[in-house]
Write a protein that binds this ligand. Structure first.
Ligand code: SAH
Ligand code: SF4
Length: 329
């Protein structure tokens, strides 16, 4: 603002318009003088994302497909939870993903590139701008592995918190288990929630589902999780996809209960969302667990003293549910 010959408080006004009000149009910034607004419009653009398509699911979930300045596309998902009347947005942190879990559509895209700090934050700002209600919860569970883009994800977390006023306690970062970066994140000791995609109680099954397990098997991941809790005093979320006959048996639930013994965590069970069979490499033989198997699994893990929830499926009809983000135009 100084360079433009404007008083310093203009910067604060702009900051408020851009991050708190999530405004995307200079002309709506009514407490700025008209000639100044015109000057801004002539010289600056707000953000770099262009919405390509916005789809609405029968359950109210909205999926945003954004075009980035280099022509790549990436998705975000807005979810409404009726019971608590809260809104949460699921942000992407990379275009595609290199981790290549067998069950995930994003993995089938391969890794294209990291998103910048502004590309991550702007997904939130755009979705909030469009939403009538306040979007108070942010989950980093869209495309990509957040811990493989930590140098951009961390500043995005801080910007969302300090500028856009999203509480840290309302943010969740989900990871497939990138061990060195779990230690790095522990160092920050942020009051966010770390969610860990475990999906199996042993290396044999986990290795089959997630190639990353060969690099960082459970013998390395579990100590990293204990360290994280020790450093941050935060309770982890353990995510566990249930796939029929593959990892949903009673014996596996008991094995999980034992594996998690002594770890401060809740368990979130995710019935598998089938991904489009046309995607190259899509698993043909994965099916969602039967409701009776989900119930049994939940009961057994609860008996080991864990709080277990079953994730509500959102937006499956528009390919917006967990693991279905594949940038289909
Ligand atoms: N890369 C991070 C965050 C993005 S994925 C991670 O893997 O944790 C967010 C969650 O969706 C993860 O728990 C992931 O395992 C899960 N997921 C991926 N594919 C899925 C599918 N087909 N059905 C259900 N959940 C899926
Ligand atoms: Fe990547 Fe997460 Fe999908 Fe695995 S589940 S391929 S880590 S986005």
């Amino acid at each position: 603002m100084g360079r433009l010959g404007e008083p310093a408080f203009r910067a604060e006004q702009l900051y408020h318009w851009l991050y708190v009000r999530c405004e995307r149009d200079w002309d709506s910034m009514t407490n700025l003088a008209k000639p100044f607004r015109q000057r801004l419009a002539d010289t600056c653009a707000i953000g770099t994302l262009t919405p390509d398509t916005i789809q609405q699911s029968q359950d109210g979930t909205r999926k945003y497909l954004f075009r980035l300045s280099d022509g790549q596309v990436v998705e975000s998902v807005l979810m409404h939870f009726q019971e608590r009347d809260t809104y949460a947005v699921c942000l992407s942190t990379q275009v595609g993903c290199a981790v290549d879990c067998s069950f995930c559509a994003t993995g089938k895209l391969g890794f294209k590139r990291n998103l910048s700090v502004s590309e991550i934050v702007e997904q939130y700002l755009f979705v909030q701008h469009e939403s009538e209600k306040e979007v108070r919860n942010v989950v980093f569970m869209g495309q990509g592995e957040p811990l493989l883009n930590l140098p951009n994800v961390l500043p995005a977390v801080h910007l969302l918190n300090e500028a856009a006023e999203v509480g840290m306690r309302r943010m969740t970062i989900s990871t497939s288990g990138i061990v060195p970066q779990i230690y790095t994140l522990a160092q920050e000791a942020l009051p966010i929630t770390l969610a860990v995609s475990l999906h199996a109680p042993n290396d044999a099954i986990r290795g089959q589902l997630m190639p990353i397990n060969r690099k960082w098997p459970l013998a390395e991941l579990m100590p990293a999780l204990h360290h994280y809790v020790e450093k941050t005093h935060r309770r982890l979320t353990i995510e566990y996809i249930l796939i029929d006959g593959l990892n949903d048996q009673a014996a596996q639930a008991r094995e999980l209960g034992k594996l998690l013994h002594g770890l401060r965590c809740n368990v979130n069970l995710i019935p598998y969302n089938p991904i489009h069979q046309q995607l190259p490499g899509a698993p043909m033989d994965y099916r969602r667990s039967r409701p009776s198997a989900v119930d049994r699994f939940r009961q057994i893990v609860s008996d080991y003293g864990k709080k277990v929830t079953v994730r509500l499926e959102r937006g499956a009809d528009i390919d917006a549910a967990c693991g279905q983000l594949a940038n289909r135009l």
